[in-house]
Design a protein around this ligand. Structure first.
Ligand code: SF4
Ligand code: SF4
Length: 476
């Protein structure tokens, strides 16, 4: 017998899921759980050994191994911002129904080369060995010379400083042409676009004046595939998507995507103003998610590994002692200490969503201007300290006792937009209801050996280990 070490638990039917701060999980039946919690589980019980090995028994802990595991799961705590988002323009040629960025029209919203140069130099003040610059908008292709200017300057600095640099462009692809495509490929800039499903669904969400935005996306996806590049994509789920889970998954498979991100809509930007038309409840999203995940898992059984990316983050944390460093699913979140967003005019924000809030007229997540501050000043800014506290799961009353604390993450910004408070109201907040529902579903699936076999292949690093070339293009 042994006293239980600190743990959290969740009752699911006649079973209990337990977890601890080392990131270990275990299902127990009610009887075994009751004995474990009282400290009366006999050593002869078949689960006793596993409970000891996983750090659940206070007097039987291998502290060296458990500390190593804790450290591996929290590598982000020793790192500075690796993701730098440059809004090279707020101008956009499209009008998507949910546009979070509240797109504008006209070149007055373009970033200048002078501002871009200062930002790139600031990015390289970050001590990280690996840096990512992500081009965002508006539509970045409307200010293409500045995209190339940033890419060239950043590549030169990367060479000089010996840092590894990844460049990524988020684009609607409608303004892509041969010349731009060649310039992007020459500079090894990754191209990521939205694909909201089959033509009717995509075009209903993503409005392109005088044409089909879907046709443009598919044209360039085909071109990327011809060139041996796996297209990276983002899916945004609106109310229209909810009844089309199977069709959306099949569209991704048919078009050669190697993963799918089933992302819920957030009430930000235009999406907030038309929420009664395109929004939905967490429960409606979860019904869609479960159906889509059934289809994704079935597709994996038929062939190549094809993960859902939110599930992949949770599984990597739960099954491998590794932190995938997803900015919105870590504790504390990445605001100002994992990512920094630079608006078109050089104003700096905690994260991309922070600058989106600016477009809605609220500057709460504003940190300063690139003229006056770099990554170090950002990380030490009082707003960032507050956000770090508001996104540390140990500091949230609901999360600190939640069984999903080792895998989850809260977003102070979404809490603020929903409830006017940076600290989460979990388990009642919208985001928590979605994340808890996804994790309930995933941990249930892990109990089924056939589904577990598929889900284990999604763990970060597993595809590389198996030599799957698509691993190179997987984004978490
Ligand atoms: S947000 Fe919800 S699911 Fe996530 S740790 Fe907090 S209480 Fe648990
Ligand atoms: S505040 Fe929210 S959107 Fe910003 S980094 Fe944190 S979790 Fe992400």
């Amino acid at each position: 017998m042994s006293r239980p070490a600190p743990f959290n638990f969740r009752l699911r039917g006649d079973r209990v899921l337990i977890s601890n701060d080392f990131g270990h999980f275990l299902w127990l039946d009610e009887e075994a759980f009751s004995a474990f919690a009282k400290g009366t589980l006999p050593e002869s019980d078949p689960r006793f050994g596993e409970l000891c090995a996983k750090g659940f028994m206070a007097e039987r802990m291998d502290l060296t191994a458990l500390t190593e595991r804790w450290r591996a799961r929290n590598t982000h705590l020793w790192d500075a911002s690796c993701l730098h988002i440059l809004v090279v323009t707020r101008n956009c040629n499209m009008r998507c129904v949910y546009c979070h960025a509240q797109a504008q029209s006209g070149s007055q919203w373009d970033m200048s080369e002078a501002t871009a140069a200062k930002i790139v130099d600031r990015v390289f003040e970050t001590p990280n060995k690996v840096l990512t610059i992500e081009f965002q908008g508006g539509e970045p292709l409307t200010n293409f010379p500045v995209v190339l200017f940033v890419a060239d300057r950043a590549r030169r600095l990367a060479k000089k400083t010996g840092k590894e640099l990844r460049l990524s462009l988020i684009t609607n692809l409608s303004l892509m042409d041969e010349e731009k495509y060649a310039a992007l490929r020459e500079r090894n800039i990754e191209i990521c676009s939205s694909l909201d499903g089959p033509a009717a669904l995509h075009d209903a969400n993503r409005l392109l004046f005088g044409g089909s935005s879907y046709r443009r996306v598919i044209r360039w996806w085909n071109r990327l595939r011809q060139d041996g590049v796996v297209p990276a994509a983002l899916l945004t789920v609106t109310r229209k998507t909810l009844d089309h889970a199977d069709a959306v998954v099949e569209e991704y498979r048919k078009r050669g995507a190697t993963s799918i991100a089933l992302r819920p809509l957030n009430p930000l930007g235009y999406a907030k103003t038309v929420w009664n038309k395109i929004g939905y409840t967490p429960e409606e999203f979860l019904a869609f998610y479960r159906r889509a995940l059934d289809r994704v898992i079935a597709a994996n059984r038929r062939g190549r590994i094809f993960p859902e990316t939110t599930a992949k983050v949770f599984l990597t944390k739960a099954l491998a002692a590794r932190e995938p460093n997803h900015m919105d699913l870590r504790s504390p979140c990445g605001a100002g200490i994992g990512q920094i967003a630079y608006d078109y005019d050089g104003e700096i924000y905690s994260c991309d969503e922070g600058r989106l809030l600016r477009a809605m007229g609220d500057d709460l997540f504003h940190l300063g201007h690139v003229d006056a501050m770099g990554p170090k000043e950002c990380a030490l800014h009082p707003t960032i300290r507050t956000l770090a506290q508001a996104s540390s799961l140990d500091a949230q009353s609901g999360c600190s006792r939640c069984v999903y604390k080792p895998t989850c993450g809260v977003c102070p910004l979404l809490e603020y937009v929903e409830n006017g408070d940076l600290f989460t109201r979990a388990p009642d907040s919208r985001r928590c209801r979605i994340l808890m529902g996804i994790q309930d579903d995933l941990f249930e699936r892990l109990r089924d050996p056939r589904q577990r076999k598929v889900l284990e292949t999604w763990v970060d690093g597993e595809m590389e280990r198996r030599g799957d070339p698509a691993a190179l293009y997987q984004r978490t």
